[in-house]
Design a protein around this ligand. Structure first.
Ligand code: CTP
Ligand code: CA
Length: 236
């Protein structure tokens, strides 16, 4: 990739990456989760470190080892992820500095959470049918990031789609208001937990960059190439 040839083209930049999958608690022992392993987000974090960025990785429930050189913030639920990502992007709290240069939402954020967390373990009883679990919508972190972003900050989303992958991706890019959307096709065993990925990166400027099936690292490099191309030059 061009970025590799140019070396440390993210030097002096702060990037925030989310990874993994959120878990929405039902009771102390149960949750609603998803199949995201965190591999793509961790690959984004590692490649950004290699390209010279200061990296904050907000990681939800991934078993992967911390990428060397990145600050890792561990979260559980979507609400925790929202708080940690916004804080990291704004450069507040434990994240000194100003607004991040770019944020990439590679995490699988649960769309819904159980309405009422049960503080005690739900028990079964003979002859009693279970109660349905009522759900509420989680906040859309990517849409919120895109809506609040200061000039020059690049906001990137991911989308796993089935059926008409490109049309769904274009719709989603417009709906979310982000600068780039990495769209990959999912099926039973196309992406989750695998080191490979295949994607099209859609730009709000109408561009479409096809990334052939290959390592998640290679897709990560392309994403950073496209981000770098959209960054404003650093002040001298
Ligand atoms: N995302 C987010 N907050 C949510 C849901 C999703 O920030 N509550 C982000 C994901 O991290 C990803 C992008 O939005 O970068 C797209 O996620 P996806 O699930 O494909 O989009 P949704 O708007 O939830 O649409 P769908 O109904 O297809 O799930
Ligand atoms: Ca979703």
């Amino acid at each position: 990739a061009a970025g590799r040839a140019e070396g440390r083209d993210l030097a002096g930049r702060h990037v925030v990456v989310s990874a993994g999958g959120t878990r929405e608690p039902i009771d102390p022992v149960r949750f609603i989760g998803n199949r995201s392993s965190g591999m793509q987000g961790y690959a984004l974090a590692r490649t950004a470190v290699a390209r010279g960025a200061r990296v904050t990785l907000v990681s939800a429930n991934s078993a992967l080892p911390d990428p060397a050189g990145a600050r890792v913030v561990r979260v559980g639920s979507a609400e925790e992820m929202r708080k940690a990502v916004l804080e990291a992007v704004q450069g507040g709290g434990p994240h000194p500095g100003g607004e991040a240069d770019a944020v990439v939402m590679a995490a699988a954020v649960a769309d819904f959470r159980p309405v009422g967390y049960q503080g005690s373990k739900i028990k079964k009883a003979a002859g009693v049918e279970p109660e349905p679990i009522a759900l509420a919508k989680n906040p859309d972190i990517l849409a919120e990031l895109a809506a609040r972003r200061p000039a020059g900050q690049v906001v990137v989303g991911f989308a796993a789609e089935t059926d008409d992958v490109l049309a769904n991706g274009r719709d989603k890019l417009a709906r979310k208001g982000c600068d780039l959307l990495v769209v990959n096709q999912v099926g039973e065993d196309l992406t989750f937990g695998l080191p490979d990925n295949e994607a099209v990166v859609l730009g709000a400027d109408g561009t479409a960059t096809e990334v052939p099936r290959g390592a998640k690292e290679a897709l990560a490099e392309v994403v950073w190439d496209l981000v770098v191309a959209r960054l404003e030059p650093l002040p001298l």
